[in-house]
Design a protein around this ligand. Structure first.
Ligand SMILES: C[S@@+](CC[C@H](N)C(=O)[O-])C[C@H]1O[C@@H](n2cnc3c(N)ncnc32)[C@H](O)[C@@H]1O
Length: 275
C-alpha cells in the first residue's frame, strides 16, 4: 500500500536516501505534510508575477481551449488557467496534492476538476482529447526509468488532439551537473524564507533539500534531465516540432536560465525539424 493511500504525513527515504531512484517514489515524497508546505514554498503571487502570462499566451496563440494539467500539484496553474477562461482538468498521481488543489480552488471560488492518475497510465483514466497538456513545476523529473519517461510522453501524446501541444518544463540540470548550483530563485521557488538547494547531485540523481522557517525539512529525489535528452525523447515519441525557452525567454545562453520550458507540437509539418 502506498504512502498516499495510508494518508502518511512523513516522507520515507529509508537508510540510504541517495539510493532512492524510483519512478514510483513520488507517492512517498508528496505526502500530506509536504503538500501543506508546498504553497509556503511556492508563493502564488510572486510566482504569477515572475511567470507573467507566458503559458496563457502560448495557449491562446494556438487557440487552445481544453487543457489537461497533468502535474496539477496544489493547483497553481490549474487555477490560473481557469481564471484565464480555459476549460481545465487537473490530474496528479498524489491524492494529497489534489486535495490541496481542490481546497485552493474553493478558496478562490472555483471547482477544480481533479483526477488521480499516474502519467504512465494516463489514458486508462483520462478520456477524450485535449488541445494542450501542461506538465509544469519541474515534475517530469520524477521519472527515473527511461521506459517510464517514454511511456508517460507517449500517453500524453495520445491524449492530445491531432494538432495539440505539450508544454513541459524542467530545471536547468545541465548547468547544475556541469557548473554547480546557483539558482536565482526567481522562478517557481519564490516563497520567502524557504531554503532550497541540492544536497547530492550525480548523473543519476539530484536530491534537493527544502528547509522551512518552522524548522521542518523535506527532500525530493529527482532525475537530472538534460535539456537535449528531453527534446530527443519528445521527438522520438512523435512530437514534430519542439521549441525550448529559457526562463520564459526565447533567447538564452544554456548555462543561464534556472528552467527550460519545452513547447512540443503534435501537428505534422510539411518540413520536419532538422534536429
Ligand atoms: C514538483 S510538483 C509540481 C506541482 C505543480 N505543477 C507546481 O508547479 O506547483 C510535481 C507533481 O508531480 C506529481 N507526479 C510526480 N510523478 C508523477 C507520476 N508518475 N504521475 C502523476 N503525477 C506525478 C507529484 O505528485 C507532484 O504533485
Amino acid at each position: 500500500m502506498s504512502a498516499v493511500s495510508e494518508g502518511k504525513t512523513q516522507q520515507e527515504f529509508g537508510d540510504d536516501p541517495v539510493q532512492v531512484r524510483e519512478s514510483d517514489h513520488y507517492t512517498k515524497e508528496y505526502v500530506g505534510g509536504f503538500a501543506d508546505k508546498w504553497d509556503d514554498l511556492i508563493d502564488w503571487d510572486s510566482r504569477a508575477q515572475s511567470e507573467g502570462s507566458f503559458f496563457i499566451d502560448e495557449l491562446k496563440k494556438r487557440g487552445c481551449k481544453r487543457i489537461l494539467d497533468v502535474a496539477a500539484g496544489t493547483g497553481f496553474h490549474s487555477v490560473r488557467l481557469i481564471e484565464a477562461g480555459f476549460e481545465v482538468v487537473s490530474a496528479d498521481g498524489s491524492a494529497e496534492m489534489l486535495a490541496k488543489a481542490f481546497q485552493n480552488g474553493r478558496s478562490r471560488d472555483h471547482i477544480v476538476r481533479t483526477v488521480q492518475v499516474d502519467w504512465r497510465w494516463l489514458n486508462r483514466d483520462i478520456h477524450g482529447h485535449y488541445d494542450a497538456i501542461v506538465c509544469l513545476g519541474n515534475s517530469f523529473t520524477h521519472l527515473f526509468d527511461e521506459n517510464d519517461r517514454r511511456k508517460a510522453l507517449a500517453e500524453m501524446y495520445a491524449t492530445l488532439k491531432h494538432d495539440g501541444i505539450l508544454i513541459l518544463d524542467q530545471r536547468n540540470y545541465d548547468a547544475i551537473l556541469d557548473h554547480g548550483y546557483s539558482s536565482k530563485h526567481t522562478f517557481y521557488y519564490c516563497g520567502d524564507d524557504v531554503q532550497v538547494y541540492p544536497e547530492h547531485v550525480d548523473e543519476g540523481l539530484a536530491r534537493f533539500r527544502y528547509g522551512f522557517p518552522d524548522g521542518s525539512v523535506y527532500h525530493l529525489n529527482m532525475f537530472p534531465l538534460r535539456k537535449n535528452y528531453v527534446r530527443r525523447l519528445m521527438r522520438e515519441v512523435g512530437f514534430q516540432h519542439i521549441e525550448t525557452y529559457g526562463d520564459f525567454q526565447e533567447t538564452y545562453k544554456d548555462a543561464d536560465p534556472d528552467f527550460f520550458i519545452h513547447v512540443a507540437e503534435k501537428a505534422y509539418r510539411e518540413e520536419p525539424d532538422s534536429e
